[in-house]
Design a protein around this ligand. Structure first.
Ligand code: UT7
Length: 309
């Protein structure tokens, strides 16, 4: 049996930080409103000359270093992003070029918005288990700051930029042990970017709490596990109240949930690998633990991945 194991993680946040107090000077809002509704305190914004692939490159270099591999061992590059450098070529191809990977392995983007990293991880796992790839670079990278409508205070205060990366490798031991993906396009207008992000926040909130509770239950049921068996929940970081609702559903104490929404805001496809890298590097996530990822995003897309670390 072939499994996919995460052997290295990395992340990158642009240098520029905007606190809620900085936003008070730009839009009609307040720190208290943003913090009480979302849990966000600050977010990072890319510099004018920084592209999604630049953020992805920095995160990838750290993941490659942590994994102790040479970039040319990577035989598949997947970038989950909803804010690509340009319409084409795909950001994964740009990243492959910037990393100097010359082995001719495939490289493509996945566009599933905030669910993107879960979709990309599942896709990479399929390639490995199907024998078509051995060492995969999976990245979530976003420059959402360029998609914000500064006249819409209900959305512009919620998002940030950043990138997270993992190296996934074929292994005889687990690994990714389960994945569940879903989509429902009938709600496509509830959260979209055309070209700026717009959202029916209340409806998205209700939908998110419902489907995340359902999908974590679905994945745990399949493996005959309960919330008590999970060492760390690493959720998509959109809103602390959504994260708390999912943890409650799992019967998990918030002390076992990795939270970075306060410092990163909502970084869409980048949020899980950013949170993961934080908890790996500060020593919370350790070998042998059960780690659960979950996310929901525009589309809607949603899903969960269960990992034996
Ligand atoms: O990545 C996945 C997708 N995204 C999400 O998961 C986000 C889901 N939704 C949410 O997180 C929340 O719905 C929000 C944080 C967006 C909003 O929280 P809420 O508790 O649903 O607030 P609300 O939309 O009911 O707004 C309440 C009030 C309104 O004023 P009135 O009509 O009650 O007088 C808004 O006009 O807050 C006002 N408001 C603001 N006030 C200060 C809206 N935006 C702001 C703002 N600053 N930025």
């Amino acid at each position: 049996m072939i499994y996919s194991k995460i052997i290295g993680t990395g992340s990158y946040l642009p240098a520029k930080v905007l606190t809620n107090y900085d936003l008070e000077k730009i839009v009609d809002t307040s720190h208290d409103w943003i913090f009480s509704r979302s849990g966000i305190v600050e977010r990072h914004f890319a510099a004018d000359n920084e592209l999604t692939s630049d953020l992805a490159l920095q995160a990838s270099l750290k993941a490659i270093e942590a994994a102790g591999i040479d970039a040319n061992e990577i035989d598949l590059v997947i970038v989950a992003t909803t804010s690509p450098d340009m319409s084409f070529p795909g950001t994964a191809c740009v990243l492959q070029g910037k990393l100097g990977i010359k082995n001719g392995g495939p490289a493509f983007d996945i566009q599933a918005v905030c669910g993107g990293f879960i979709y990309a991880l599942n896709t990479a796992d399929m390639y490995i288990r199907g024998g078509q790839a051995k060492t995969v670079l999976v990245v979530g990278a976003e420059v959402l700051s360029r998609m914000l409508d500064w006249n819409d205070r209900t959305t512009c205060v919620l998002f940030g930029d950043g990138a997270g990366a993992i190296i996934l490798r074929a292994s005889a031991t687990p690994g990714i042990v389960a994945a569940k993906l879903h989509a429902d396009g009938s709600h496509r207008d509830m959260l979209k970017a055309d070209p700026f992000i717009s959202m029916d926040g209340k409806s998205v909130f209700k939908f998110a709490v419902k489907v995340l509770s359902d999908v974590v239950e679905e994945i745990l049921d399949e493996k005959n596990l309960s919330g008590a068996d999970i060492d760390w929940l690493v959720p998509h970081q959109a809103n602390i109240r959504i994260i708390e609702a999912t943890a409650k559903k799992l019967g998990m104490d918030m002390a076992k949930v990795v939270v970075t929404v306060d410092r990163h805001g909502n970084t869409s496809a980048a949020s899980i690998p950013l949170a993961l890298d934080t908890a790996v590097r500060d020593g919370r996530i350790k070998p042998g633990q059960n780690i659960l990822f979950e996310a929901v995003g525009g589309g809607f897309t949603w899903g969960a991945v269960l990992i034996r670390w």
